[in-house]
Structures are given as C-alpha cells and as structure tokens.
Design a protein around this ligand. Structure first.
Ligand code: F6P
Length: 527
C-alpha cells in the first residue's frame, strides 16, 4: 500500500517542514537553484526550480518511485506485459513509434513490422489524396477531409491538426465531428461539397454510438449511390467486421490493435487526418519525437527524467498539498487544444479509486487538468491562480521561436510567460493595500523548446503520457482502462426508446429523471 511505504512516511514529515518554506527564501539562499533544478532531454528543457521542493523532496519522491517498482513497470510496459489488468491487454503505444528494425513481441509475435505496414499504407493513401489523385464519385479530387470520431479518436487528431497547422497542406480543408449533437455535423459540413469530401470514420471499436450516428448522417449527406461510398469513406478501426457491415471496403480500412488505448492512439492510424494534413514525412518526424522521449523515459535516471519528474511533482501537490487541479498554459497559439487533449489523457487514465488489486484507495488520485493558451488566460482566470485561496500548480509551455514572426509579438508573448512564472513564485509582499499584495509561493513548471514542430509535438505528448504512467504506477491503479464511462452509456441507451416512443412510456426511473423525461417529451418538436 502506497501510504505504508517508507518514502511516503518520510515525505509526510518532510512536507510538514517544507510547506511553510517560501520560494523567495529558497531562491535567496541558493543562487544556483534556478539552474540546478532543471532537466533536459531531446531538445526539451524543464525548469522545475519554481516548485515548492528542496533537493530532499526530489530525492524522497524518487525513492517513492523506486519503492513502487516504477523502473520494472516501465520495462513491463515497453516489453508488452499485460499491464492493463482489467482488460487483460498489453499497453504498447510505444511500439507505434518504435524503429522499424526493433522487436516488440505480443504473444510471441513481433508487432513492429505490422505497425510499419500500416504506416506505409497510410503514407501511400495520403500521398494520393494530397496529390489530387484520389477522386470522388463524380471524378473531382478530394478537397475536404472530415474526421468522424470521439474521445481518443477525435481529441488527438484535432489537437495535432491545430498544433501542426503551420506544416499542413493549406489546399485541403479539415473538419472534425465528434459530438452526437447534430449541430456538430451540420456546422462541420455546412459549406462543403460532398462530392469533394472524404470522411474518415475513426473508431477503435466501431460501435461508439456518437461516431456511428455521425457516420450514418455523413453517409446520407453524401447523397450518392452505394458504389460511391468506397470513394468517400475510409475507416480507422480495430474491428474489420463492423467496418464492412457499415459498407466501407476493408481495403480502405487502416488498422490498429487492442494494445493501443484510445487516448494513446494519435500516433496510430487514428492519426490519418494528421498525416493527410502534414504529409507522411512530417508524420514520421512526429513519431521520431515520440520515440526520443520514450527512450529518455526508459533509460534516464529518475532525477533527470522529465516525465518522471513531472509525474512525481504531480503526486507531491496532489497527495501532500491537496491540490485538486493542474493548469496547462501553452504560450503557443497552435497548442490551443493541448489542454483539452490532456484532459482525456490524464483524467480518463488516472481518475480512479480502485487499485489494480481491487481495493479502494486511501489517498487521492488524478487531478483536474485544464487551461487555455497564454496570454488569453491572463485576462481571465489567472486572477485566481495569483490571489485565490487554492493552490493551482501550473505547467507553462514556451518556445524560443514563433512560427509566425510578427514585429514584437513574440518577445511580448515570452515576456508574459516568464513574468507570470516569476510573479506566481515571488509575488509582491510589500504593498500597503492588502488587495495589491501577492503572496507568491505558487508553483510552476516551465517547459521550453526552440520551436513547435512535428517532432517536438511528439516529445510533448510522450512526456505527458509517461508522466501519467508514472503517477498511475505510484497510485497503483490501472491507467489504461476506462470503466467509469460505461454506466452513463448503458443508461442513455436504455432511455433513448423512452424519449422516442410515440406512446407515453412507462417510466421507472427516480422521480427527478421521470419528470425530466416528461418535460423533454413535451418540448420535443422535431420528427
Ligand atoms: O468513452 C470512452 C472511450 O472508450 C474512450 O476511451 C475512447 O477514446 C472513446 O470512447 C472512443 O472510442 P472508439 O474509438 O472505440 O469509438
């Protein structure tokens, strides 16, 4: 049990001593702090000196990781052990970016060649579409790509498309449909010509109600004979049977495997829209970035290991300071969907109260991830980060170069991110008016890289993937299942006929739900 570990107990008494230390004093007493408490890997620099830690904190957190067997669990993940215990699956998103000549076995079978076969098939398809050689049923080249998917089959593709827009083919239009709300599909295609549009139906299971309903609406929107479907629909899935049942030729299906979790799949065939946007070479560069961070995580000592450090600091704030959230604040407009992407990655992975041994935890797990790009957030919620009553650790992300240099914009942007971290840490204690006092001592990480490119995006995503893994191992939970989403799905499916039935249904829910169903039925206006 985590709370029985010697390092945990040591951290508890250590916390009592450290909680009252102020970053102002920690920096004043240690001029080298700002350069010592840093780490870098693969061109990504992490300054974690503005955290409420001492060298001893880091050492105890690393000890906790070691006592929790983190090193062995990392190897277990990378070598294909079935560490997703509730689904009895291996967890091998790292194999998606393994070098072609490496060997990763599942049930005695090397899975790496299959990964590269799919990548090659994706590349051939993308080259054809990007060259204007993939024609719709009326003979027109494809100009628009609509990705239909939800959760991991949407958030990664949208985030990557936005993040790498600078590198994308601007003659192609990309849209993403995820929500079951008909407005999402309607607005996504409102100005598109179906005869110039390719729909990618992205679903690991190919049974997700939102995706299948949107795919059917897209099929109707195409308004063309059955023979046209093959030219306008491709599928990304692990479920060939359901793909052909839908009417998509499995020759136009890009596969992946049950050892890729939905929220860990943006670098699998689920990234088809990304590859269409940025081209196969850039996609491969992104995979190399992922791989570099994988290798760093697998080999670097925890004291210098970026994902381990970030994961451990997360534990420090969650379990000792009682922080309930982390703000992710990219000072890079192209990363505007990065916080939303991280919400599924972190919260679907680590929002769990049952350990892998089936017991209820007696400590907190998982925190709320949220954020907006800087500087927008500064004019909105930063007030609370600076002067609120809650501790909100922040991850700032900044880059040395703008992809769109424009006058003084980038210097002003970077001055803001550095100033925010400085203000949060050191505050302004000496104002005569209490409302102008900034207590400071508010922790942050600063992630800094030269510029955002496909490889760097891969590194950043892998960094958070492995930080999440680090925490999941210490918390002793299964970071790769998502049973918490099931109950709502079952109840909604049961309720659909009650909403749609022409006759008044017999309702056996609680009185609130019954009442709301009756209200909805009375308000329902469409056929
Ligand atoms: O609702 C949870 C979930 O299973 C996610 O984990 C997943 O990313 C999403 O649904 C979509 O699933 P699929 O790709 O099978 O449509």
């Amino acid at each position: 049990m985590l709370t029985q570990r010697p390092a945990w107990k040591a951290l508890q008494s250590h916390y009592a001593a450290v909680r009252s230390l102020h970053l102002r004093d920690l920096f004043a007493n240690d001029p080298a702090r700002g350069t010592r408490l840093t780490a870098q890997a693969a061109g990504l620099f992490l300054d974690f000196s503005k955290n409420r830690i001492t060298d001893e904190t880091l050492q105890l957190l690393v000890q906790l990781a070691e006592e929790s067997g983190l090193r062995a669990r990392i190897e277990a993940m990378f070598t294909g052990e079935r560490i997703n215990v509730t689904e009895n699956r291996a967890v091998l998103h790292t194999a998606l970016r393994a070098r072609a000549n490496s060997v990763v076995t599942v049930d005695g079978h090397n899975i790496v060649p299959g990964v590269h076969e799919v990548l090659d098939k994706m590349a051939a398809f993308c080259d054809k579409v990007r060259a204007g050689q993939w024609l719709g049923h009326t003979g027109k080249p494809i100009k628009n790509i609509v990705n239909i998917g939800i959760g991991g089959s949407d958030l990664g593709p949208v985030m990557a498309y936005e993040a790498l827009k600078h590198y994308s083919a601007r003659n192609l239009t990309f849209r993403f449909v995820s929500n079951i709300d008909g407005t999402d599909f309607t607005e996504a295609v409102i100005d598109l010509d179906p005869s110039e549009t390719l729909c990618i139906v992205s679903s690991k299971t190919f049974t997700t109600i939102e995706t299948m309903t949107n795919a059917l609406s897209a099929r109707n929107w195409l308004n063309a004979p059955e023979s046209a479907v093959a030219k306008h629909f491709v599928a990304v899935s692990t479920n060939a049977a359901e793909v052909s049942k839908f009417g998509i030729d499995t020759a136009n299906m890009f596969g992946f495997w049950d050892w890729v979790g939905g929220r860990y799949s943006m670098d699998s065939a689920i990234g088809l829209s990304t590859m269409l946007a940025i081209g196969p070479d850039n996609f491969r560069a992104m995979l190399s970035g992922f791989h570099e961070m994988d290798e760093h995580y697998r080999t670097a000592p925890f004291e210098q290991n970026l994902p381990a450090i970030m994961g451990l600091l997360g534990i420090w704030y969650c379990n000792f300071f009682g922080a309930a959230t982390v703000a992710v604040l990219p000072y890079e407009q192209y990363l505007k969907r990065f916080p939303a992407y991280l919400q599924q990655l972190t919260m679907e992975s680590n929002g769990k109260y049952i350990t892998i041994d089936g017991e209820k935890v007696n400590y907190d797990t998982g925190v709320v991830y949220w954020g907006e790009p800087g500087t927008n957030g500064q004019h909105s919620f930063y007030q609370m980060i600076h002067q609120g009553t809650r501790l909100i650790p922040c991850d700032f992300l900044a880059f040395g170069q703008s992809l769109n240099p424009l006058g003084r914009h980038h210097d002003i942007l970077i001055a803001n991110v550095l100033a925010q971290a400085e203000a949060l840490a050191f505050g302004k204690p000496d104002s005569p008016e209490p409302h102008r006092v900034f207590e400071g001592n508010r922790p942050s990480n600063m992630l800094f890289a030269e510029k955002l490119d496909p490889a760097m995006l891969g590194k950043l995503v892998a960094l958070y993937e492995h930080a999440v893994f680090t925490q999941g191992i210490l918390w002793n939970i299964d970071s790769f299942d998502q049973w918490g989403v099931e109950l709502g799905k079952v109840l909604a499916n049961r309720m659909i006929p009650e909403l749609e039935s022409p006759e008044e249904p017999e309702l056996n829910h609680d009185s609130s739900t019954n009442n709301l169903i009756r209200r909805y039925r009375a308000a329902r206006r469409y056929a």
